[in-house]
Ligand binder design. Structure first.
Ligand code: FAD
Length: 381
């Protein structure tokens, strides 16, 4: 007996926040969609990550009807400094006529909200893709599910399955670092101020969240492993040392570690396939660019496909147009995060002085801060 074949216009591989945002943005376009994820529904329920969402991303999520995501906390200013060196600067929402530079929320709340908003879109999960091949007319996927194997034929396959594996199509820089995420309680409130502190071990971010700070502390893997195992008091001491006594911290939550690498796909489009979100670029979390970039990928692809909705969505010229539109923003995001990590992750005196002068210049000349703030709020447009 031959197995049934399911035909769709667009198969989206990966129903993470970016894949779901794309599906939501394409609803109503008349294109038949299918979301496929290897994990069961709600697999993200224990994800400990807090995300800093830029003001521009909030506007996109509002347009997708997916902004009300439970607890969110404004970031009204960001203080930037380096451990063991002079120089500091501060970005303030008011300088850009905005209520907030960004917002902090939980990855899992965002995923839950987007899952509700995409509940009417056909979804296969858990489903493992065993084989993909494509020709000029379509992409064929062979998938195994709890109900048995499935064959899918799509006019376009969108990859949104998160960080890509090593391979010749992906430029990889392993930072040899882990990001430790946790929540800590400041003794006297956070006043909606975030901190980006550059230390010789790696960047440390404190993001206001509820009454706490959501922490992203990056450190070389061996140091990070030790910090993950330390008791709360020793971990808080390590934070205080990195912060140079700027903030008094009184309590600490559960800690989790994420390995860090830059993974940059060289081509965004291939035969009837396109890559968005972390599978297109997985970045170091410094300055919180990853989801913001991925959301702009999803938005731009949806916009390109809406414009061409009477055409075949897998046509090479449509995919090339999307790739052209996304290239500057993602390359600037990758260069910014990678450049900051490399510039600040060492303790050489001349570099420390140069960095201090750079921070001082940013502080004294608001017009110098504006391009940085614009990239963080809206990306390269
Ligand atoms: C510690 C840390 C802090 C961060 N902080 C921020 C921040 O403050 N701001 C920000 O913007 N970004 C931040 N990021 C980045 C952000 O988490 C990612 O950019 C974002 O999650 C990317 O979403 P995505 O949907 O592309 O990928 P993912 O969130 O990885 O989702 C991928 C989905 O694909 C599924 N999948 C995987 N493989 C397959 C497969 N083979 N077949 C089918 N399905 C598959 C997975 O189950 C998952 O549902 C941070 C990242 C880390 C690690």
């Amino acid at each position: 007996m031959t197995e049934a074949v399911r035909h769709v216009d667009i198969a989206i591989l990966g129903a993470g926040p970016v894949g779901m945002a794309l599906a939501r943005a394409l609803e109503g376009s008349g294109l038949d969609l299918l979301l496929i994820d290897r994990a069961p529904r709600g697999a993200w329920a224990n994800d400990p990550r807090a995300l800093a969402i830029a003001h521009g991303s909030r506007q996109l999520l509002e347009r997708l009807g997916a902004w009300n995501v439970g607890d969110t906390t404004d970031i009204r200013s960001i203080h930037v400094s380096q451990q063991g060196g002079f120089g500091r600067t501060e970005l303030a929402a008011g300088d850009y006529g905005l209520p907030a530079l960004g917002y902090v929320l939980r990855y899992r709340d965002l995923a839950a909200r987007l899952e509700r908003e995409t509940s009417t879109i056909p979804t296969l999960r858990p489903a493992t893709v065993e084989h993909i091949d494509s020709d000029e007319t379509c992409v064929r996927l062979r998938v195994s599910t709890d109900d048995g194997p499935a064959n899918i034929v799509a006019r376009l396959l969108v990859h949104a399955e998160g960080a890509p594996a090593d391979g010749p199509d992906v430029h990889v820089r392993d930072y040899g670092q882990l990001a430790i995420v946790t929540e800590v309680r400041p003794a006297s409130g956070h006043h909606f101020r975030a901190w980006e502190r550059f230390t010789p071990d790696g960047p440390l971010a404190l993001l206001p969240f509820g009454q706490d700070y959501a922490i992203v502390l990056t450190a070389p893997t061996a140091t990070a492993q030790r910090l993950l195992q330390d008791d709360d008091a020793s971990f808080l001491d390590a934070l205080r040392e990195r912060l140079g006594g700027r903030i008094d911290l009184v309590g600490c939550g559960r800690r989790a570690g994420f390995p860090l690498a830059l993974r940059l796909r060289k081509q965004l489009a291939g035969p009837r396939q396109v890559w968005i979100g972390n599978t297109a670029q997985t970045l170091h979390p410094v300055t919180g660019q990853g989801f913001n970039l991925g959301l702009r990928d999803a938005w731009t692809l949806a916009d390109t496909l809406w414009d061409a909705r009477r055409q075949d969505p897998g046509e090479a010229k449509i995919l090339a147009r999307h790739a052209r539109r996304r290239q500057p923003d993602r390359l600037i995001g990758a260069a910014l995060t990678d450049g900051l990590v490399r510039l600040f992750s060492n303790d050489l005196m001349p570099l420390r002085t140069l960095r201090g002068l750079g921070l001082l210049a940013l502080d004294l000349a608001p017009p110098l801060r504006a391009p940085l703030a614009r990239q963080m709020i809206w990306g390269a447009r």
